[in-house]
Design a protein around this ligand. Structure first.
Ligand SMILES: Nc1ncnc2c1ncn2[C@@H]1O[C@H](COP(=O)(O)OP(=O)(O)OP(=O)(O)O)[C@@H](O)[C@H]1O
Length: 288
């Protein structure tokens, strides 16, 4: 397949004047018995309307902390997060979240799961089921409306969660490693589904991941974070043509992006690993 040439990675900045989601100078510290942990350090980024931005970084770099701040689950932080100019001070209808962990309601059928946010809004049963069916079809689960989550595979259950979040029509779709528990093939194929949905809805999305393939497959831009404290190390524009499918994974340009991002991540992940080893040694010494 033909691909446009790669653009150079830009150094640590991910802001645009025209962002719908704007994260400005966000710092998050956690007090612990061993002192304060600086989890996220002065991170600024903005996501344009319809853009797919991924945040990638090694374990412990503060990705989930950033996810929780943007989603309004952590409210004590320095800096500012706004969606369409409105400050995020807690869980907010404009930000729809999809989590790594299973989050379907086991006692509700697929359609009742997906229609749940619409039920909370007070929509009539006929209307909410009609709308839920639309999103169920969009994630490729047409025909499974009356099944219960325990009758579905893990990948299907994650699609139910995605449909439920999309049904509430959030301005920002925020996903934290939604396919981390799935095998690589299912993950790539679900990536295709996400690409199709992105094409159809032009949904503004921020994905938190540590999977390079997934990030390159799906994103318009990737923000690479440093190992503790989590700062922006680099921002890479992914100039692969859209509409995309998982076939893009076999292209030369894809391989170049993966290599480029791995070079950055490797450095950070190695720092993380040495840090873990020295902490384990220190703990071992104290125990002797
Ligand atoms: N509630 C908390 N109290 C104290 N420290 C915390 C808390 N939450 C996170 N941290 C610390 O902040 C740092 C960043 O954690 P975070 O979970 O955001 O990283 P992550 O990049 O999502 O890691 P992973 O990929 O392993 O989930 C880590 O050092 C973690 O131990």
């Amino acid at each position: 397949m033909s691909v446009t040439p790669m653009t150079a990675a830009r150094p640590a900045a991910a802001t645009n004047a025209d962002g719908i989601l704007v994260v400005k100078e966000v710092t998050k510290r956690f007090p612990t018995p061993d002192g304060t942990v600086l989890a996220v350090d002065d991170v600024s980024l903005s996501v344009r309307q319809g853009e797919f931005l991924s945040v990638i970084g090694p374990s412990g770099c503060g990705k989930s902390t950033l996810f929780n701040v943007v989603g309004g689950l952590l409210t004590e932080y320095e800096g500012n997060v706004t969606v369409s100019g409105e400050r995020i001070k807690g869980p907010h209808a404009s930000v729809g979240m999809v989590f790594q962990e299973e989050s379907t309601f086991p006692w509700r059928t697929v359609i009742e799961n997906v229609a749940f946010p619409l039920e909370i809004e007070g929509m009539s049963k006929t209307q909410r089921h009609e709308k839920a069916r639309h999103f169920i079809n969009m994630v490729g689960l047409g025909g499974f409306e009356n099944r219960y989550p325990n009758e579905l595979s893990g990948g299907m259950r994650q699609r139910v969660s995605l449909a439920r979040t999309l049904a509430s029509e959030p301005k920002i779709l925020l996903m934290d490693e939604p396919f981390a528990a799935l095998d690589e093939q299912t993950r790539l194929l679900l990536g295709d589904k996400v690409l199709q949905i992105q094409q159809e809805l032009k949904q503004t999305t921020m994905l938190i991941t540590h999977n390079i393939t997934e990030a390159v497959q799906l994103s318009d831009r990737i923000m690479v974070m440093t190992y503790r404290p989590g700062k922006i190390k680099r921002v890479v524009d992914i100039d692969l043509p859209r509409p995309r499918t998982s076939e893009v994974v076999g292209s030369d340009a894809f391989g170049h992006y993966v290599a480029q991002i791995w070079a950055d991540l490797r450095e950070e992940a190695s720092r993380g690993m040495s840090d873990d080893e020295s902490r384990a040694r220190a703990t071992g010494t104290r125990r002797k």
